[in-house]
Design a protein around this ligand. Structure first.
Ligand code: CO
Length: 134
């Protein structure tokens, strides 16, 4: 069921500063910032040869990233995104296996315009998992 690693997401305090570091010192291609109010984040994508890094900055008062940064003041790894072919089938299989799907279990539209779901970190060794249908 599980496909490629789509991205690793890192929460940052200052998106412009983080983007400058990746673009400059690491020589990476970094996308323009994209505001995603439904997810409470502004995001840029760092293009790697085999995957992407998603840098997340809080957007709005209820941003889940703001809460994350309260606990992790320097920023840190926020989630890992795996690709799946059929997100509803993946969700149903995972629920049957006892995994908790966040936010009521209905997919939202993610940063790439594709359906995404998040799985509870307590069920995945302390790591928030995003599934993206590709
Ligand atoms: Co993501």
């Amino acid at each position: 069921m599980i496909g490629r690693l789509n991205h690793v997401a890192i929460a940052v305090r200052d998106l412009a500063a983080a983007a400058t570091l990746y673009r400059g010192a690491l020589g990476a291609n970094v996308s323009a910032p994209l505001a995603l109010p439904e997810h409470g984040v502004t995001v840029v994508f760092v293009e790697l040869r085999n995957s992407k890094i998603e840098l997340l900055e809080p957007l709005g008062a209820d941003s889940p990233i703001a809460k994350f940064l309260e606990k992790n003041p320097d920023g840190g790894m926020h989630h890992i995104c795996y690709e799946v072919d059929d997100i509803l089938a993946a969700r149903d299989t995972l629920k049957t296996a006892g995994a908790r799907v966040l936010g009521g279990g209905e997919p939202k539209t993610g940063a790439h315009g594709k359906p995404v779901l998040f799985l509870h970190p307590k069920d995945f060794s302390g790591t928030l998992i995003e599934l993206e249908q590709v």
